[in-house]
Design a binder for this molecule. Sequence first.
Ligand SMILES: Cc1ncc(COP(=O)(O)O)c(C=O)c1O
Length: 397
Amino acid sequence: MSTTLAASPALKSLALNGGTPVCEKPIPPVSVQITEDDINAVVGVMRSGMLAQGKNCLALEEAFGKMTGAKHMMTCANGTCALQLAYEPLFQPGDHVLVPAWTYVATVSMVVARGGVPIFCDVDPATYNIDPADARRRITPKTTALACTHLYGNPADIDGVQALAKDKGLKVIYDAAQAHLATYKGRGLGEFGDAVTYSLYATKNMTTGEGGFISTNDENLAKDIRLLRSHGETQKYIHGRVGYNYRMTDMEGALGLSQLQRLPANNARRRANAAAFDRAIAQIDGLSAPTETPGAVGIYHLYPGRVDPAAFAKPGDGSSVRDLFAKALNAEGVATAIHYPRPVTRQPAFEKLVKDFPPVADRLAETLFCIPVHQGLTDRQVSQVCEALSKVAAALR
Ligand SMILES: Cc1ncc(COP(=O)(O)O)c(C=O)c1O
């Protein structure tokens, strides 16, 4: 994003205060909310001296398992090792694994870390999640598993994914890192697939700083994952298999339990904010709102809108319309974020593995922008975001 505001003729007509944000403090793209209750919960564990995985992690597993409809819930150190712990028992080195071309890097990198071969599938242009029809076209004789992200908190087309998996005998791992308590057709995400993973990273809708979950409804798989999480230890100092130390601390467990109390209300607030943005964007030519998958209730970890470059003037300096749009929103006091500036298929780590670049993912990398949608927004800030969207769109025609 090398564009400067002054470099754009279109922006000269916009009252951007010479490129200085019109608001003293731009509306931040994320908000990490730690309450006194959160602090007291963590301090309580510290005072107890029982710091490692313990009763708070267990209580968190029980509560989050119930809320997501999963029989077995395991806490772990982060969302990346949650994927690793789920992948290891579910496919073998050399297996081909269908993955979305549009997701966070970890969904794919952990496939490669396991020795699997990622088969990149295109995504739906409106929901941004894996397109089961494209995945079906890309299946190879060595394909044994499918990893599906519920990106931005919007559940994917689970019926489509499960039908494909049933038809082709695939294991399914859902990456719900961004989708805590989202639902599909009235059911918790923990009810679907072979395993579901989550991240509790600092900016997620609920957090433990770093942290994660893996859930499954298969008792044997749950046993395997628990063993892998803790050095394959079957009895004290007896290691039945090679494993890792991917445990969560009990301080994180306590923070998670405390955060979980507020999650339903925070998710509801995010949905209300998103609905306001949907209404505003519906009035603006050249912008598109994200589309919820039919039957899904998302939690808007992020609010990813799209710019249609054809609807706006071409930037004079060769930058993309989206980059200019994001920059102008920033100048209006709305901090935008680009999740993601390129698809995983265009990452140096994976590019050489790609035979046929999925086009929708490439297009999203040029057109998608995220605006603040978090529960920390005031009503006034929600209106400010809506006003900034229409003001910037008008100025860039
Ligand atoms: C879709 C997705 N998968 C996996 C991860 C990895 O989680 P963590 O950062 O907790 O390792 C993230 C984190 O941002 C994510 O967004």
